[in-house]
Design a binder for this molecule. Sequence first.
Ligand code: 5GP
Ligand code: ZN
Length: 281
Amino acid sequence: MDHIATPAPGVLLSSGPYERIVAGLRDAVETMSGLDPDAVLTAPPVIAREVLETAGYIRSFPQLVGSVHSFRGSKRDWRALAGREDWHRSQEISDLMLLPAACYHVYPQVAGRSVPVSRFCVHATCFRQEATGERGRMRSFRMSELVFLGPPADCLAWRDGWIERMASWLRGLGLDVSVELADDPFFGPGDHLMRDTQREQQLKWEMRVPVGGGVVQAIASCNLHLDHFGGAFGFTTDGGPAHSACVAFGLDRIALALIERHGREPDAVSRCLREKEGTRT
Ligand code: 5GP
Ligand code: ZN
């Protein structure tokens, strides 16, 4: 059930039994979301570049970004390049980026609008140009996110409720979870000010769990964005600035944690997921 390596570090193939666990997790997230199928979205692995620019992602996470480049020259230019080792010399940035987190597809959907309290569920394949490749750190990985938009107090209550709910769901799956206040590592070692502010405001909580090989990884996070996305995309609620929050389930890391806990026998993991689902209200 282990991953199969490819020539690219952090880009892994997975087997049928492993994918059944990932599919079971996706179903469980949807069931927990309690949403209509209309509000459950599946995103492609790319997103408009302008969305990540507007969201401030590129400014904050330059080292994780993956951009899509393409050739826009003439046939003649291409004939001169084709077959050369530096064929990519004239590739130009395109209007697309690789998607770094599922929730970025939600904010442009409500841009410039006044929104009632709104909830979404988004499944996606994400990409981050990670510098290391220890167990559970992949450059391409699956993420499902629940997103909440609304007045400040509602967002805070929703996010805080999910810290509890997420931890007890993961513990119910047999996982040894530690819930920890976090900051986004993208700020880099020098950027203490932003890190400290994020910690003081308690914007990010992570669920950390052993994923095998002695490695502990964050398998899920519960995030409060305040008015960051409401301001960037101009959506409001009740005549005031809308806040937003998201909870992210790292499906590949949760799958690895379940395999680490319950063993490599795929049925044991699937059974545990099914039983858990059966007890959900
Ligand atoms: P966040 O947006 O909080 O950084 O990431 C959300 C979740 O995506 C994390 O809790 C984690 O489960 C998953 N994730 C983040 N980076 C990676 C990665 O490099 N590899 C894998 N497999 N999952 C990741
Ligand atoms: Zn998110």
